[in-house]
Write a protein that binds this ligand. Structure first.
Ligand code: CAA
Ligand code: NAP
Length: 247
């Protein structure tokens, strides 16, 4: 077994996921990037990050599927070792004004953004508690904190993450395991670039810092929360939104 700690990042090949994987690797974690099974860009992503000097592992599973998460985590434990840091990052949007939102938009977002947090955390938390050290970092959103026009599904799921974070943090606080949420504002990834340009520009105009966030800024915060120095932060929601929502 390795002396280096092991981190699993769900949705690890996406915009924020990639930056989080890199930041954790730069902090000396062994990093496993989760992706969907048969994810077409998987090999390109591995090749590109390898060329940049990273040596990531891959854990395939649809995080909406509990049984697939069981299999993925068991395989990681067998082949690499027990997971010390879990970043629940996988997520999607299916935006629409509520009265036009259909049940499939609701179900997809709740399953991917909230059920997934149960599905993966359930596989690793007990082991972290038994070993006396662990970090769970849940990627919520400014829109889970404040609510957003056109995102009843997403805001509900991301707010649900905040409740989950506080409840579970309380349960494992004495075991050396911290559970925190990061609530990013609008960060320049495919997810934000999918917003209609005129709507996105209008939102960007309201950000006091005057720009979208950078994925590296979220990666850096994850690396800090994963560190020993952050042992006294638990049950927290850390806002990182360029001043878009201050409270
Ligand atoms: N507040 C109040 N009214 C608003 C509004 C807002 N924030 N946004 C739009 N409206 C109004 C429009 O002005 C328009 O009014 P009129 O009919 O009087 O002209 C009406 O609502 C309909 O707006 P759209 O034409 O935009 O409606 P649409 O059906 O074409 O699109 C939408 C609806 C898809 C929700 C679109 O408004 C949209 O994309 N909004 C942005 C949602 C958003 O912020 N998504 C974030 C995605 S990224 C992410 O989620 C990451 C993260 O965590 C930050
Ligand atoms: P992204 O680039 O679209 O990345 C999301 C990743 O999650 C993708 O790699 C995606 O794979 C993966 N994924 C989706 N469904 C999955 C599933 N069922 N199982 C496994 N992986 C799955 O978006 P991002 O901006 O990096 O978002 C990452 C997280 O940050 C999300 O939870 C998002 O809600 C949150 N967030 C983003 C912002 C922002 O402004 N960008 C702000 C606040 C919070 P596919 O590409 O195959 O779908």
């Amino acid at each position: 077994m390795s002396a280096r700690k092991i981190a699993l990042v769900t949705g690890g090949m996406g915009g924020l996921g990639t930056a989080i994987c890199k930041a954790l690797a730069q902090s000396n974690f062994i990093v496993i990037a989760n992706c969907l099974p048969d994810f077409p860009p998987r090999n390109d992503w591995l090749e590109r990050t390898r060329a940049e000097g990273f040596d990531f592992h891959v854990g395939e599973a649809d995080v909406c599927d509990y049984d697939a998460c069981v299999v993925m985590v068991k395989q990681i434990e067998r082949e690499i070792g027990p997971i010390d840091v879990l970043v629940n990052n996988a997520g999607i949007t299916r935006d629409g004004i509520f009265h036009k939102m259909d049940r499939s938009q609701w179900d997809a977002v709740l399953a991917t953004n909230l059920d997934s947090v149960f599905n993966v955390t359930h596989q690793v938390l007990e082991g972290m508690a038994q070993r006396g050290w662990g970090r769970v970092i849940n990627i919520s959103s400014v829109n889970g904190v404040k609510g957003q026009f056109g995102q009843a599904n997403y805001s509900a799921a991301k707010a649900g993450i905040l409740g989950f974070t506080k409840a579970v943090a309380a349960e494992v606080a004495k075991k050396g395991v911290t559970v925190n949420a990061i609530a990013p504002g609008y960060i320049g990834t495919d997810m934000v670039m999918a917003i209609k340009p005129e709507v996105r520009d209008a939102i960007t105009d309201t950000i006091p810092v005057g720009r979208l966030g950078r994925p590296e800024e979220i990666g850096g915060l994850c690396a800090y929360l994963a560190s020993d120095l952050a042992a006294y932060i638990t049950g927290a929601t850390i806002n990182i939104n360029g001043g878009l929502h201050m409270y």
